[in-house]
Structure formats: C-alpha cells, structure tokens
Design a protein around this ligand. Structure first.
Ligand SMILES: Cc1cc2nc3c(=O)[nH]c(=O)nc-3n(C[C@H](O)[C@H](O)[C@H](O)COP(=O)(O)OP(=O)(O)OC[C@H]3O[C@@H](n4cnc5c(N)ncnc54)[C@H](O)[C@@H]3O)c2cc1C
Length: 585
C-alpha cells in the first residue's frame, strides 16, 4: 500500500519556477513577482551555487561602448550566421534587441561588471563576433550575475526552496498545475500547486564523460520532465563542444579553460609547436567559432599531433603576469591549483569538452510558452536561439531576456485563471511512481550513469557516424534494462540515491532523443560533424523535433522560420562569410 504520509507538505503559489539560483529561473521569478504574482522558486543546489555560477567570460549586448558601429541588427546577423541558419530568427531578434536592457538592469542590481575609465560598461571580444560586445566581470561573470540576482530575489521576499528535486510536472487534461518534488536531504515530499510553471532547468551536457559541468548538474532532467508533460524537444543533436577543456588531472578533466583566454590573446599550438589555426581559419585564427576550433583541436589530437597529456597547447604566457591576473584571475588560480602550472609562464593543455545544449524544449518565441498550457520554459533548457553553433556570451543574454519574458507571461496566465486546478488522482500516481523507485536491487545508479556518459562520449561526440550512433542506441537500451533493477535506499547521507536513479531515468530518454536527432541530421553543420556526411546539405535547413509517441520517441522534421523582410539584408551578410559545414582536413 502507498505510504501517503510522505505527502507532508503542500505549497501553493501563482507561479512556480523550477531552477533555483539559475539565471533564467531567478530572472523569471523577479519578473513574475513584479507582475503581481506570488512566486516560489525550487531547485536542487544551494541558491548561490547553481550551474550559472560557472559562467566565466561574459554576457553579450550590442551597447557599442568600445565599437560604436555595433548594433542589435549586427548582433542578430552574427548569431544567425554562426548558428548556420538553424536558429529561429524571431528568437534571435528578441534576444539581440533586448540584451542591452537586460545587462543595464543587472548592472543596476549590483552586478560588478568591468567599466571603462569613463565609467561605461566595458566590452571584450568573444569568438566570431564582429564587434566587441561581451560585458564581463573578470572571468567570473556568472557568479557576479547570480549573486546580484539572488540579492534582488531575497530583497523582494521571493522564497527559494533549496535541495528540492522535481520528479514530475503535474498535468491535468493538457494543463500544467504544478510539480512534485522531494527533499534530497530528508526525503520529505512536497506537492507544489501553481497556476503556471516556468522550467529553467538547464541543459544536458553532463551526459558526456568529458564535460564542463559539475557532477549532478546539466543532466537534462528538465527536458525529460517537459517531454513527459507533453512538450516537444528540438535540435537535440546540436551540442556545443567547447574547444578548450582541461585534460588532466582526472578530477579536472573537462573543466573549462574559458574562451576569454583566447579573447585576451591566447594562442593554440600543437605538439610540434605549430600554430595550426592558420590551416583551419587563417583570418580569425583563435577567435574563430567554437565549432571550428573544437573540430580543429579534435583533429590535431586524433591525428597524433597532440600535447603531452593528450590535448593541444593554449598559451597566454606572452602577456604580462599583471595583465593575466587582472583579466583572467579565476583561470590563473584554477591551473595553479589543479596542475601547479603558472599560466603566465607556460602553456595550458586543453581538448574539446561537452559544454552547451543548443537544442531543447520547443517554445513560442515571445512568451516562451511550451505546447502545454500553463507551462513556460527559459534558458539553456529551451531551443531556438543558437542553431548549430552558439556564440560565446549569448547564453547569459538568453537567460536574462527570456527569463523575464517567461516570468511575465506566466504571471499573466495566472492572472487570468479563475480557480486553482488540482487533480488528486494525478498527484497520487506521481507519488506512487516515486515510491516504486525505493527498493532493493542488483544495480547502482552511479555506475550506470558512468556507462551512459561513456556511451555518449564514444558514440555521439565531436565527430559522429551512423554506425557509431546506432551502437549508441544499442548501448542505451542495455543500460535502460539494467536501470530497472537499481537499488535505492535512503542513507544517512539523505535521498541522493533516489535523485540519481530518477536522473538516470531522464538522462536515458534525453540521450536517446539526442542520438535520434543526430542520426536524422545526415550532414555536417556547425557543431554536428558526421564523418559519413562531411558536407553541409542546403536541404537540411530544418529542425529535427522529438516527442513522445506510441511506446517511445518519434522524430519529425520542420522547416526553419523565415527571416522577416526588414532583417533580410542583415541575414544575407551571412553568405559573404561563406557559411560552410565542411570537415577540415
Ligand atoms: C564552465 C561554463 C562556463 C560558461 N561561460 C559562459 C559565458 O561566459 N557566457 C555565457 O553566455 N554562457 C556561459 N556558459 C553557459 C551558461 O552558464 C549557461 O547556459 C547558463 O548559466 C544556463 O542558465 P540557466 O538559468 O538556463 O540554467 P542553470 O544555471 O543550468 O540552472 C538550472 C537549475 O535548474 C535546477 N534543476 C535542474 N533539474 C532540476 C530538477 N529536476 N529539480 C529541481 N531543480 C532542477 C538546477 O539545480 C539549477 O539550479 C557557461 C557554461 C559553463 C558550464
């Protein structure tokens, strides 16, 4: 019999935001609050330690501080072009238009962005931007933003419930009325009832063995929650591998060496001392796009021209130590702590690392409403902005711009609701589902999560092929079978095992969605390199959409939205740059 005494708490609000401490989640909660809603924010990590805290290099906005020629239209054009024309132009336009306001707002809330001597917000170069438009706080921009947002949220009295793991969204007749969560420390369950819900749950790049995210974050759980609720996912195969992650020691593998190092003049060399970007992108060199540099680094390593520990060399030691300490303080400390390397004296060793989910939940561009009534999404968990290659710095702009829009839309929806919805049968079913995971078993979630990460690394990495991807599907099926027998028992450490088991369940589905999309995209475009289809196929200017259907997942193809007439000239500038998907020899 079900132990319903576990349902110890019910929380009622107008708007529930899932993703505590997250940039998109916090921005959404502020917007919903300011629009008159009672808001509750939930998330698994402590508020000042959410994934956003890792963001280093900066946030983009066409302010024109350093380069007055810059404009939101140019930001639009750069984003569209470098996304290989797979972005939704409507989403790109909104981001580019509204990013300046978002950055000014953050600065007004106390985010300590760097300033020019005359007091304006300073801007640095990031790869493949035409102008300097990246605002920054040293190399800890995410932390600076997050802390300012947390202070703002706390000053408004918005409650943040930490340590909560959401296992399911509550849905009745196609309308979302809240979420079901448990406390990872005490196991206590909470039914969060709300008129509207905003998902700000981040991406899924921790599903690769080499990843720039930390343990138990970016596991794609929000995308799984959305799929289960009836949403659709798009572009899941488009995963950004950042070119420069650490390669040793083991516990640091994948940790990011920020793009700001290249922005500040860092140069890439192979094991023979050759500055090889001259062969891959002689014009932009180390400031080329991430997809090209990642492929270049991958190729140098795969063809035996790597560094001592299996990466390539990234060198900033030609800059004075004082300059490095001022511009890259975190990187300086990171390499010293991890490898005893003083980066002002010698080169770092780096290799591609899974970094950013360009696809995600399908949302309506203006409000970020999903296909499920009352459910909104914002930030890395959504699709639409980045196409096949995200420009560095655009993600933080996205979280701010669309976090605000989603929060406002959720509050508007709540304002129009006459009676709060509650479906006891749906809640009971979800509670029983969680109960069913607490049992003895022969398997453990951790090794299976590791097997999944190895599978994604080996079969769906920087370069993919039909054969490898099919092998990936076979291996996922084996892990899924083993996952039915996972042992979950509360320990003195809390209910983490339950969270691991549920994460594994979601990760398997999201990984499968990724591989299915990767199989369908029979071309090379942006971050998606197919060794068996090495050319860009102009007919594949489509988005692959995954949803639940029958017993599993179904993939369909949808055309990309057209560029509005008034932006056509800007979009055409793309062709001058000669967008190409060719694999570099
Ligand atoms: C090392 C690194 C450096 C980066 N640098 C930059 C940069 O310089 N510029 C830039 O633009 N972008 C950068 N990015 C990307 C950027 O940081 C992220 O895309 C962005 O922070 C995502 O914010 P978000 O609000 O969408 O989600 P996140 O910050 O990922 O937050 C997601 C939240 O959802 C919660 N959550 C997830 N699932 C559940 C669940 N089931 N139940 C409860 N809570 C859940 C998590 O606990 C977390 O709090 C970087 C990323 C990394 C990893």
């Amino acid at each position: 019999m079900t132990d319903n005494s576990r349902l110890t708490r019910t929380s009622v609000s107008n708007v529930l935001v899932i993703g505590s401490g997250a940039a998109a989640g916090l921005r959404a909660s502020i917007a919903a609050h300011e629009a008159g809603s009672e808001v509750v924010v939930v998330g698994t990590r402590p508020r000042k330690d959410a994934h956003t805290v890792l963001a280093a290099g900066g946030i983009n906005a066409a302010l024109g501080t350093r380069d007055p020629e810059d404009s939101w239209q140019q930001h639009f054009a750069d984003t569209l072009k470098e996304g290989y024309n797979l972005s939704d132009p409507r989403v790109v336009e909104i981001m580019a238009r509204e990013a300046p306001r978002a950055v000014e707002e953050l600065a007004g809330w106390g985010a300590p962005f760097a300033r020019t001597p005359s007091g304006d917000l300073d801007q640095r170069f990031f790869g493949a931007h035409k102008y300097r438009r990246t605002c920054y706080a040293g190399d800890y921009t995410g932390r600076a933003m997050l802390f300012a947002l947390v202070d703002k949220v706390e000053s408004l009295g918005i409650p943040i419930h930490e340590g909560q793991y959401v296992s399911k969204l509550l849905v009745h007749d196609g309308r979302c009325f809240g979420a079901y969560a448990f406390d990872i420390h005490s196991g206590e369950r909470t039914v969060y009832l709300a008129d509207a819900v905003v998902l700000a749950t981040g991406g899924h790049t921790r599903l690769w063995r080499v990843s720039s995210s930390r343990r138990d974050e970016n596991t794609g759980s929000g995308m799984h929650l959305a799929l289960e609720a009836g949403c659709r996912l798009s572009d899941m195969e488009l995963v950004q591998f950042h070119p420069t992650g650490m390669v040793y020691p083991e516990e640091w593998v994948g940790t990011l060496a920020t793009e700001a190092i290249r922005g500040e003049g860092g140069r890439l060399y192979n094991g023979s001392g050759e500055r090889y970007m001259e062969r891959y992108d002689p014009e932009r060199m180390e400031l080329s796009t991430r997809d090209r540099i990642a492929l270049a680094n991958y190729t140098e390593i795969a063809e035996g021209r790597g560094s001592e520990h299996g990466g390539v060399y990234l060198d900033i030691s030609h800059r004075p130590k004082k300059y490095i300490l001022e511009k890259l303080p975190r990187m300086y400390r990171q390499f010293l702590e991890a490898t005893m390397l003083d980066i002002s004296k010698g080169p770092m060793e780096v290799a591609p690392t899974a970094h950013y989910t360009m696809g995600g939940i399908v949302v309506e561009p203006e409000t970020h409403a999903t296909g499920v009534e009352g459910l909104y999404a914002a930030g890395e968990t959504t699709s639409g902005l980045h196409g096949a290659n995200r420009l560095g710095g655009n993600s933080l702009s996205e979280t701010m711009v669309f976090g605000r829009r989603a929060g406002e839309a959720a509050a508007r929806f709540s304002g129009e609701v006459d009676a709060q919805l509650r479906d006891r049968a749906a809640i009971r079913e979800v509670a029983e589902e969680v109960d069913s995971y607490i049992k003895e078993g022969e398997e453990f979630a951790r090794p299976l999560q590791r097997a999944l990460r190895n599978t994604m690394q080996e079969t769906c990495g920087v370069v993919r092929s039909e054969e490898g991807l099919n092998e990936g599907l076979r291996r996922l099926a084996q892990i899924r079978e083993a996952s039915d027998d996972v042992d979950v028992r509360p320990t003195s450490e809390g209910f983490n095992d339950l969270a691991y088991a549920l994460d594994l369940r979601g990760s398997l589905v999201v990984a499968e969605a990724t591989i299915l999309g990767a199989i369908e995209r029979r071309e090379t475009r942006g971050a998606h390199n197919r060794s068996d289809y090495p050319e860009l196929d102009p007919d594949m200017k489509v988005n692959f959409v995954v949803e639940k259907g029958g017993d599993g997942l179904v993939v369909t193809e949808e055309p990309v939205h057209t560029v509005p007439e008034y932006l056509e000239e800007w979009a055409k500038a793309d062709e001058e740059y000669g967008v190409t998907g060719r694999l570099v020899e």
